[in-house]
Write a protein that binds this ligand. Structure first.
Ligand code: KMH
Ligand code: ZN
Length: 274
């Protein structure tokens, strides 16, 4: 409980739309503005997807570059780009943003049914992404959605594709992935410990159990990912903003006696050297 709490804000993702939540940032200026405001509220990591003007998911490197530039002009936040993108994007499109050398990028550890769609992450592509990140000194965040992906964490570690301590994000509650339950989160944490893997972890939950899993992560000494990418409601029937979701995590951490990580602590905890 003494470890400072790193808060990641997943600002917009690829699946949620402004029709569902008008507070969703989709233009590059809106995404950067939310990130900057969330930084001032206590979030030190920005998980970034970008959208076209009409709100559809995009892989345009110039949009990623613009968001990065706008954020970095104002605050020293950790920039974490998605390589998950949106279902249906090609591998090349998904690798594009790595060119910009963000501090971090996501590495999704397996193929799965993602709601009614197929989210494809072949072992070959996972390894290619990992090696590219290594070459560019980008810290990967290993996204684990289900149990078999824990085997992939171990495989990547033991075969030198990623360096320990790795940072793992347990993404629970995707439809047809592991459900967002305390039991599943505890199992995953303990499984990596049993394998003697050196790791830090955060957890995200898609849908209504976001707050439950976020709170549990605060209590268990992990880090938190919140934001509209994962959940658009503050409570049943009440739409959220990214700012409100971050504010609530900070308030909860204060109540529970967990300090919030500043940017220097975040870099140290996640082993980010630049
Ligand atoms: N949009 C999802 C299919 C990531 O950012 O790396 C994948 C995703 C994960 O959002
Ligand atoms: Zn994402």
């Amino acid at each position: 409980m003494d470890t400072p709490l790193v808060i990641t804000v997943a600002l917009c993702g690829a699946e949620v739309s402004k029709e569902k939540n008008p507070y969703l940032p989709v233009k590059v200026e809106e995404i950067a503005r939310d990130a900057i405001e969330c930084y001032h509220l206590g979030a030190t990591v920005a998980h970034i997807h970008v959208r076209e003007e009409d709100g559809t998911p995009s892989s345009k490197v110039e949009y990623f570059a613009k968001v990065k530039e706008l954020i970095e002009k104002e605050v020293p936040m950790i920039i974490q780009f998605t390589t998950g993108g949106a279902v249906g994007m090609t591998e090349e499109e998904r690798m594009e943003p790595l060119k910009l050398k963000p501090h971090m990028a996501t590495l999704n550890l397996g193929t799965m049914n993602f709601g009614d769609e197929l989210f494809i992450n072949t072992p070959d592509f996972i390894k290619r992404l990992a090696l590219k990140m290594k070459e560019l000194e980008i810290k990967p965040e290993l996204e684990v959605y289900d149990l078999g992906m824990l085997d992939m964490v171990e495989y990547l570690v033991r075969n030198g594709f990623v360096d320990e301590p790795v940072h793992v994000d347990f993404v629970l509650g995707v439809r047809w992935g592991a459900a967002a339950t305390p039991e599943n989160l505890l199992f995953m944490i303990n499984d990596l410990k049993r394998r003697n893997i050196q790791f830090t972890w955060s957890a995200a939950a898609v849908g209504k159990n976001q707050l439950l899993i976020n709170t549990l992560s605060i209590i268990l000494g992990g880090f938190v990912r919140t934001g509209l990418e994962d959940n658009i409601y503050y409570r049943k029937g009440v739409l959220a903003t990214n700012q409100e979701l971050v504010k609530r995590i900070v308030r909860m951490a204060n109540e529970l006696g967990r300090p919030i990580a500043d940017i220097n602590q975040t870099k140290k905890l996640l082993n980010i050297g630049r």
